[in-house]
Design a binder for this molecule. Structure first.
Ligand SMILES: *[C@@H]1O[C@H](CO)[C@@H](O)[C@H](O)[C@H]1NC(C)=O
Ligand SMILES: *[C@@H]1O[C@H](CO)[C@@H](O)[C@H](O)[C@H]1NC(C)=O
Ligand SMILES: *[C@@H]1O[C@H](CO)[C@@H](O)[C@H](O)[C@H]1NC(C)=O
Ligand SMILES: *[C@@H]1O[C@H](CO)[C@@H](O)[C@H](O)[C@H]1NC(C)=O
Length: 512
């Protein structure tokens, strides 16, 4: 109950942010955890009245895009916790909360996001909405009677002729809405795709960005200035909200303090339960969210929004079939461009030095993937800080000792759940002498002469990275996979790893 009271207050703050001065706290996950910890303490010791509930009520008309949250989260059974006065939060905490309260993308900047210890950037609002939905227990809420009309519509839609059936099958009639996925992901996914032509992804889906600085980040600039609201940070926050909310809904009371939960989930490195780790949010998301279920959730969210916001221009006059088509396409794109792709930290995230000179563009798609190990550094890197430091030291070595323009590899795979962008998809690398313009060079951090990389890292190079690259048109569907040693006199990528590569799909023997 206590955790719920804390979230309740925070959601109140989110929905009706206090205008204030910019916070002095860095925009990092730890700042959010500190606020939660302070609220948790206050809920324990104060008997103050429920100011937060009053705030929430008066938030009703404040923000146009919150009707799903209000409908699904704030109509929860009444809380009976003693709630502290939100104004009693330390001023810098209040300022931080109002600063991250709303997620927004404007003029190439993204607001409402923080840097997590694993190097990912996370939108706070969908994260907290997921926690709240999880605390409210059952993941499915019955639609209240003013939505009976919707129920009728669902029933009607399901009995309509098959000619209108979208590819994934028409969504089933329902009298309930899954709160968790709807408030974290499905609502925004549906709305964002609604605004694009129905066969096209919104611009900049999953766009990454750069922090002004990593030690005390304050501002986040997107790499694609035309990005839609479905940025990488938003998708990360939505997925974390869904995963953590699902976790919370399954553990019995008394639940652990949320500050502890977030500290564990975002803790640096990959020790502990991989099923409960921000580093592996995509893998865990695949297990949690099936595409047909998500299609259904997106559709329900759009139908519900159509009723809740009769003035919404893009929703007006859309038939249930049209909404189902939007939901099907949105889910497919989310599944293929986000869940089905590796998490790649852009160059700015590891503080890459600039490229020296002018890069040569690749002629895409390429037909080869060359696998390397770094050999030095020899130990696998298991934290963001360590992997990023490894990237900088390899770049220094390649630029200053080898006199190359840049780090040689196209991509580097850590054992922290992340891929690090080297020269990337578009520029010729310096990884496989004589063959650099024909293939991408992908290196595992570590020395794999006598041992193998983690299963997660292996799966990234065997499955996820290539299938994502094929879909994006960077790699040919019949690409050939080779070890570095097959083309250049070298032991790379190590005996153990090379023996394994020989068993992989797309591996190709080279005849001399
Ligand atoms: C709510 O709390 C008050 C005071 O602690 C108590 O008297 C009341 O019975 C509680 N109500 C419910 C529904 O638990
Ligand atoms: C929806 O239909 C109504 C009635 O036909 C019409 O007045 C309105 O302009 C339409 N709205 C949009 C956005 O097309
Ligand atoms: C989702 O993506 C996975 C691979 O990334 C694929 O196997 C699966 O078929 C996709 N599902 C749908 C419904 O598109
Ligand atoms: C790499 O591993 C092999 C076998 O375990 C070992 O003999 C070699 O010294 C290691 N090299 C480095 C640089 O750590």
């Amino acid at each position: 109950m206590k955790a719920q009271g804390v979230l309740w207050i925070l959601l109140g703050l989110l929905l009706w942010p206090v205008p204030g001065t910019a916070s002095s706290l860095p925009l990092v996950m730890d700042s959010i955890i500190q606020v939660l910890a302070e609220l948790e303490q206050k809920v324990l010791v104060t008997e103050a009245s429920s100011t937060a509930s009053a705030w929430i009520l008066s938030a009703k008309n404040s923000s146009p895009h919150n009707s799903l949250h209000k409908h699904l989260l704030l109509k929860a059974p009444s809380h009976n916790t003693t709630e502290p006065d939100p104004h009693s939060l330390k001023p810098e905490f209040q300022a931080l909360v109002s600063e991250v309260a709303q997620h927004d993308v404007k003029d190439g900047q993204e607001y409402g996001v923080v840097l997590a210890p694993d190097g990912s950037t996370v939108a706070v609002k969908p994260l907290l909405a997921g926690l709240e939905a999880g605390l409210q227990g059952h993941s499915v809420v019955n639609l209240p009677s003013d939505c009976l009309e919707v129920t009728d519509a669902f029933t009607k839609a399901s009995s309509q002729d098959v000619g209108a059936t979208p590819p994934n099958g028409i969504p089933k009639p329902t009298t309930a809405v899954d709160r968790l996925l709807t408030v974290t992901l499905a609502g925004d996914l549906g709305l964002t795709f609604l605004q694009s032509p129905q066969t096209q992804s919104p611009p900049g889906l999953g766009t990454e960005g750069c922090w002004d600085q990593l030690s005390a980040p304050r501002a986040f600039t997107l790499l694609d200035p035309k990005a839609s609201r479905l940025t990488m940070a938003f998708l990360n926050g939505a997925l974390d909200g869904a995963l953590l909310g699902n976790h919370l809904s399954r553990i019995p009371e008394p639940r652990p303090p949320l500050s502890h939960l977030l500290r564990e989930y975002y803790g640096a490195g990959v020790d502990g339960d991989p099923l409960f780790r921000s580093n592996f949010r995509r893998q865990n998301g695949v297990a949690l969210i099936s595409a047909p279920a998500l299609t259904q959730r997106v559709w329900e969210a759009l139908v519900l929004l159509q009723r809740l916001e009769p003035g919404h221009l893009q929703l007006q006059n859309m038939s249930l079939e049209q909404l189902a088509q939007v939901a099907t396409f949105a889910t497919k794109e989310f599944n293929e461009t986000f869940l089905g792709c590796p998490a790649i930290h852009p160059r700015c995230r590891w503080r890459a030095a600039p490229y020296r000179g002018r890069p040569t563009p690749l002629q895409l798609p390429l037909g080869f993937l060359y696998v390397h190990h770094t050999y030095v550094p020899a130990p696998p890197c298991t934290t963001f800080d360590l992997c990023a430091a490894n990237m900088r030291s390899m770049q220094r070595f390649h630029q200053n000792v080898r006199h190359w323009d840049d780090i040689g590899y196209s991509f580097v795979v850590g054992s922290d759940g992340y891929v690090y962008e080297g020269r990337g998809w578009h520029w010729v690398g310096a990884h496989t002498r004589g063959h650099n313009s024909r293939g991408f060079g992908v290196a595992f951090v570590g020395n794999y002469t006598g041992s193998l990389p983690s299963e997660a890292a292996l799966n990234t190079v065997r499955e996820v990275l290539p299938s994502c690259a094929i879909r994006a048109g960077f790699l040919q569907p019949d690409y050939k996979l080779l070890g570095h040693r097959q083309l250049v006199h070298s032991d790379c990528p190590g005996n153990a790893l090379f023996d394994l590569l020989r068993t992989w799909p797309h591996f190709t023997e080279v005849k001399n």
